[in-house]
Design a protein around this ligand. Structure first.
Ligand code: 5GP
Ligand code: ZN
Length: 113
């Protein structure tokens, strides 16, 4: 299977991993939309949030835990940050490997575009 995020998680593209545990890795977004823009992904390939089986949904909490740690480390808390999971075409998802965007370092606006 040809998945760019799987390749990054395996360390094949030389992308610097800024967080790593048994199940989760994180790295800087290539096209940052904020001063801090990190992608947190499961090592296992799920095309989208909808594809996570109910008995594996705990991985989403693991992504959130990594985001929490990174937000503290990057000092975007307590100023604040945004977590985004684009899902499917109308959700704005362009890479078909579940990922959590961690955005911070500037004022976010609501609603998003
Ligand atoms: P999506 O639109 O699917 O929610 O987000 C995909 C994100 O992945 C985009 O923000 C895009 O900039 C980022 N991205 C796509 N390809 C690469 C890559 O090869 N390396 C990194 N670091 N980020 C990527
Ligand atoms: Zn993948």
């Amino acid at each position: 299977m040809d998945c760019i995020f799987c390749a990054i998680a395996r360390g094949e593209l030389g992308t610097k991993l800024i967080y790593e545990d048994e199940d989760v890795v994180a790295f800087e977004d290539l096209n940052p939309q904020a001063p801090t823009h990190i992608l947190v992904i499961p090592r296992r390939h799920y095309p989208s949030l909808q594809d996570v089986p109910k008995d594996e949904i705990g991985i989403v909490a693991r992504l959130a835990a990594a985001a929490q740690e990174l937000a503290a480390e990057r000092r975007i808390w307590p100023s604040g940050y945004r977590l985004v999971v684009n899902s499917g075409s109308e959700g704005g998802q362009t890479v078909s490997h579940l990922h959590l965007h961690v955005l911070g370092g500037r004022q976010m606006v609501w609603p998003p575009g």
